[in-house]
Design a protein around this ligand. Sequence first.
Ligand code: HEM
Length: 385
Amino acid sequence: MNWSQRVSLPPRFVDWSIFLLLAIELASGLISLTTGRPGGRAVFVLHSVVGLALCVLVFEKLRRVRKRVSRPGAWDQATPVSVLLAVVTLGALGSGIVWVLGGSLALGPWGLLNLHIGLGLLLVLVVAIHLYHRWRPPQRSDFEGRRTVLSYLLLVGVGALTWRLQSVFNEWVNTPGAERRFTGSREEGTDAGNEFPVTSWVADDPDPIAIEEWELTVAGEVKRDLALDYEAIAAEGIVTEEVGSGRNEGAGSSDDGRLRATLDCTSGWYSVQDWRGVRVGDLLEAAGTAESARWVSFRSVTGYRWSLPIEEAREALLATGVGGERLTHGHGFPLRLVAPGRRGFQWVKWVTEVEVRERKDPGQWLAVFVSGFDSEGDGKNSENG
Ligand code: HEM
């Protein structure tokens, strides 16, 4: 007798619990993409514990349906989708576990964690088709009683224990997974100047920027619009010019334009670096913010953009250099945002516009996915790390 028979778990309990845990996995996975501060660690722990608990339910489900699937002639038109669902689910679970245990995989510009995320997202589609064919609404009776509570406690217990044992194993064998950050990312190129990965997120891939034609503008909810050339930005102190007047305002100063910060990319690596550039707080001071200023949006030459609450933005840096070197084109020359605690895709590269706003920019999520598709780059560099 197996464990679910012993506690008499109804099939629909197993099926809908799988659905519930998958939803938690997808939600925690998506939230984890924008989580980079230690305070957000719980999201990753939840993702791991629930993912491992899910393995138990998936195993139970496969045990239940295996005869039906392996019997010739028992297939109907929806069975191929069910088999595909099993394959994608096992792929998502397996790739997550192998990543945590220190595994890696080179898939062109992508790695194992990208595969994991891709399979996780694919699950949404396959689950939707599966449910369309095999819809059996949950019944209250399937979830009543102490058994339901005990089953969930048992599942969470198994997930938590396996998660703990896994970290003991990682440390004992000293796998690459043992050294990962709480975000799951592994160290690459710390303090090695530009020698950290240039990884891709979307299609952003501008041609190298001709510095004589580039300028940084600061506009929006400010008292004075600014337009700064590279020399002004790269100089020890910022010398600002009011747009239109051509006058030297000399308002900003950045004698401390240095920041040690961790770039943590959602494709699974992080790099701790000394960044050098201009503090956004100095730029905002030079422009003078209006009463209504609440958010600051940073826009790339490609249209890619991200915004930060103004207090956080003041502490961020627009970097011209890393580890004593000038930023390379792939890392966002002439200027990239350094936003401590944010994930790599939020560290906008090739910044050309700073817009001070009253509200958060709702279009930024769309921009990160569509920017770059209409540009004519060389296909080697993209947004993100
Ligand atoms: C957008 C979707 C997803 C993202 C961004 C994501 C992200 C991650 C990350 C970063 C890790 C590594 C955590 C660590 O190193 O501690 C991980 C592990 C894992 N993920 Fe996901 N994931 C997603 C979807 C899913 C889905 C749908 C499932 C379930 C089918 C899943 C199951 C797992 C499992 C089982 C692990 C390993 C946990 C462990 O062994 O400790 N993930 N995921």
